[in-house]
Design a protein around this ligand. Structure first.
Ligand code: PEP
Ligand code: MG
Length: 588
């Protein structure tokens, strides 16, 4: 049978599990075509009126989205839209556009596009990443206004219909957080790997997501039926009846299973032989706190603070203090591990004025940025110390690669304490300090450093990327990105052993902590504290309750003997399959 729009399938990378079925919304960045139409002299007033109305409508829409994001995601994220509103209402832009309509008889579209083009050209010459980033805001606004003027239906990421599958070439983390989660059933991206930050957000929003599917976004039209299979990494465009039926029944099973797991959310995370595992939540955006409480997390194991900086401006000490204190209070008496700013890499390099780098993941990133901009760093440290007076805060330093960085960070922490003391403010005098172990040098040296800190937290996302020399966000090499590579496991073991000998707590907060396949292995390595996306807690807990610590140790010993990640995976599949009857037909 041949039709003009045949069924087709894609295989990509499993980023966030689950089945999603819905109608495609193809998100294309860029601006609509502009006709070179002129207006007749007597139509100028009408054209100007049409332009003004359009600005009003676009403004209403942005304010609506702002309210929605503020109530769903919090005020910090909502502030992204203030910059857009300011741009939309800028009197200079308005006057210039209207003058072009009046003097040159340009259509409103053409006049507005030309005005913004001049503005963008003036920004383009500026060697300032912050201002260069404003160009994206202008593009966004321009797109919305021109679409309206052209009479086209404005569909944006935050105003989607029910049961939508979002398909795009790529999405920024800031775009991902704007997805209205009630409407969106899945996400498909042409590029990207499993631990890119957009992927991490997809997982925390529990959106079935597949990435690395080549030119999928160009083969699909908005409105097409799409199935996203986040378990197998498959995308079906315009599936036939049989495929659709099969996936609908899988989706029903998935929903039943989620309900089953939810019902058991209050059971303790204890192995069959009585070892208690602490399951904590990774939190990327403030709204996840509620989700994490709902899933029975025992505190926050890693709060990524980059999201406070999404509105392109540095948050003040007071603003930060308020956010941290809120989180800490909602978790008391459980601890909240807050990671200091980890900008750079693929995350928000535009916040600071950084020229593009050839290897951003090896460049000015994380603690390196903080130590080079001590005032920015100290503002955050002061806010963290003060929040520590409202509950238990533990400070976690990202990207530490040598002892010197740790010592300099500690000196700044002491300086911040000294200042707060002098100012007579209340703060946590004995605030615990930990480091992320995500650069191989730190794992290799863990036996020398373990006693210097209160917590070693394994960041397997970066540890994998740096150990295997595989960019975590590039789909071309995603096949080489293997967290189960025995080289990564050996490094993890060194960290666990060093922590145990030094009496220093060891935890894991990389995505591996949320993979039920890894649970036995991690416990076997000696990890008793896992920090993961809240939505994955029930499933990981189920594995913990099905195994014994003794079995887990055998699993770890066996894996450490293996030569390839593939062998490790196969072994872990067998282990989970043996202990969990649901495994083959439920999760995978
Ligand atoms: C990691 O690298 O494993 C980690 C948890 O940090 P991030 O994913 O934010 O780089
Ligand atoms: Mg990291």
């Amino acid at each position: 049978m041949t039709t003009t729009t045949p069924q087709s399938g894609y295989t990509g990378i499993c980023v966030s599990p689950g089945i999603g079925i819905g109608r495609a919304f193809v998100y294309r960045k860029g601006t609509p075509a502009i006709t070179r139409r002129r207006v007749a002299g007597h139509q100028v007033a009408v054209e100007v009126e049409r332009f003004r109305n359009t600005l009003h409508q676009a403004g209403d829409e942005i304010r609506r989205i702002r309210r929605m994001v503020a109530s769903e995601q919090g005020e910090e994220l909502a502030q992204i839209f203030d910059a857009q509103l300011a741009m939309l209402q800028d009197p200079g832009i308005k006057e210039k556009t209207e003058a072009l309509v009046g003097d040159k008889l340009y259509s409103a579209e053409r006049a507005y596009a030309q005005t913004l083009a001049e503005l963008k050209a003036s920004f383009g010459n500026i060697e300032n990443a912050y201002l260069r980033e404003r160009v994206h805001d202008i593009d966004d606004i321009e797109n919305q206004v021109l679409m309206r003027l052209a009479g086209a239906e404005v569909q944006a990421l935050h105003a989607l219909r029910a049961n939508t599958i979002v398909i795009a070439h790529d999405l920024l983390p800031s775009e991902m957080v704007r997805l209205e989660r009630r409407q969106v059933k899945g996400v498909v991206l042409d590029i990207g790997g499993a631990t890119s930050h957009a992927a991490i957000i997809a997982r925390s929003l529990r959106l079935p997501t597949v990435t690395g599917v080549g030119d999928c976004s160009r083969q699909v039209s908005s409105g097409d039926l799409v199935v996203v299979d986040g378990n197998e990494g498959r995308v079906h465009l315009r599936p036939d009846h049989e495929t659709e039926r099969r996936y609908r029944s899988q989706l029903r099973r998935q929903l039943r299973r989620v309900r089953d797991l939810d019902a058991r959310r209050d059971l303790p995370a204890v192995t069959r032989d009585g070892l208690e595992i602490t399951l904590m939540a990774n939190v990327d955006v403030p709204t996840e706190v509620q989700l994490a409480l709902d899933y029975g997390a025992r505190g926050v194991g890693m709060y990524r603070t980059e999201f406070l900086y999404l509105n392109y401006r540095l948050p003040s000490e007071e603003e930060q203090f308020k956010v941290y204190a809120d989180i800490v209070e909602s978790w008391a008496p459980h601890p909240v591990v807050i990671r200091t700013l980890d900008l750079g890499g693929d995350k928000l390099s535009h916040v600071l004025d950084t020229p593009p780098e050839a290897n951003p993941f090896l460049g000015w990133r994380g603690i390196r940025i903080c130590l080079d901009t001590p005032e920015l760093f100290k503002t955050q440290l002061r806010a963290l110390l003060r929040a520590g007076a409202c509950g238990e805060v533990q400070i976690l330093l990202p990207m530490i690669s040598n002892l010197d960085e740790l010592q300099r960070a500690r000196a700044l922490l002491e300086e911040a304490k000294y200042e707060l003391r002098a100012e007579g403010r209340s703060f946590a005098e004995d605030c615990k300090l930990g480091i992320m172990v995500e650069v191989p040098s730190m794992a290799l040296m863990a036996d020398r450093f373990a006693s210097e800190v209160d917590l070693l937290s394994l960041g397997t996302n970066d540890l994998t990327q740096y150990t295997l020399a595989v960019d975590r966000g590039t789909s071309k090499v995603a096949g080489l990105y293997e967290p189960y590579h025995p080289a990564v496991l050996r490094l993890a073991k060194m960290v666990c052993d060093s922590g145990r000998r030094a009496g220093t707590a060891v935890s894991i907060c990389g995505e591996m902590a949320g993979d039920p396949l890894a649970t036995a292995l991690l416990i076997g390595l000696g990890l008793e504290r896992l920090s993961l996306s809240p939505g994955l807690i029930p499933e990981v807990k189920e594995v913990i309750r099905a195994i014994s610590a003794a079995q887990a140790r055998e699993v770890a010993v066996a894996c450490l003997e293996m030569r390839t990640g593939k062998e490790v995976r196969q072994h872990l599949e067998d282990v989970v399959g043996k202990y969990l009857p649901f495994w083959h037909h439920g999760h995978h």
